[in-house]
Design a protein around this ligand. Sequence first.
Ligand code: AHG
Ligand code: MN
Ligand code: MN
Length: 314
Amino acid sequence: MVKEAGQTKLHIDLHRHLRENNEDPRLIRLICEIAEASKYIINSIRTGDLGLAGTSNLYGEEQLALDVLSDRILVKRLTYSGVVAKIASEESREVTTIHENGDEYYSVAYDPLDGSSLVDVNLAVGTIVSIFKGSNLLQPGRKQAAALYILYGPRTTLVYSTGKGVHEFSMNQLMEYTLVRENIRMGDKAAIYSPGGQRNLYTQGVESFAAYLEENGVKLRYSGGFVPDFNQVLLKGKGIFFYPHLKNAPQGKLRLLFELNPMAFLMEQAGGAASTGRGPILDIVPQKVEDRAPVFIGCREDVAKAEKFIAAGD
Ligand code: AHG
Ligand code: MN
Ligand code: MN
């Protein structure tokens, strides 16, 4: 049951929610295909092989069997959905073209199983998806038609936005995604922070920002999985996640197309902010599919503070 502005909404599932929001039927199809794929990804997380796949991904990182399997599940669903022009995956070396002249179709960039190295210790992981209309994947994130993530934790959570607010769904006993909360909003100031990257590699500006948060009683909450860490910040509405530029990695670690653009879209839709430390994530024009960027994402005041510390210290 969901309560919103005095009225009660009973058992609205994802499909109905999209339909009632008057979304393009092709976009509805696409999002529902991804939601279907997630059921098979859950199954592979619960029971699949935890070993290496013996292959490497777009970034030259060793792939786990689970990374490859989750990618295959999504590729198959998207390829046969009939609504997809191009597919780019963190786990695939090439962009796949399904429809050449894809103006009326959608292109998708995704990380099929973010945090996969945490499955062997039974921590939470997720799928992150960015969707553009047409066939150009190298556009600023602000042009996304939709963004979503699915969090595989003790429960399964799906959060999506098509640019009309951010909405949370939870999987029920029938494996349907049902509405939990509409129009999630961020507060102004963080109560928790999730700092990625090794602290002794922080630049002066980032170090001063981390110290400022600690001095102000902001509590540390970091699992090492971007999706659960981000989900905590977003759903509590009072936090900041950052994976900054490091002394030995000026672009940080996280990937613009597969991880940052979709999360930044959701965060801005919820009234929060997402910055590289020097400007909005969503304004970056990607040069390559594999681009990375530093990220500070969460409550507006804290993201602005991070930018100030970086401008002064770096
Ligand atoms: P992936 O599993 O797709 O390679 O990404 C993991 C990411 C993200 O989940 C997390 O925020 C970050 O890597 C953690 O990085 P460290 O290993 O540097 O802590
Ligand atoms: Mn990832
Ligand atoms: Mn990944």
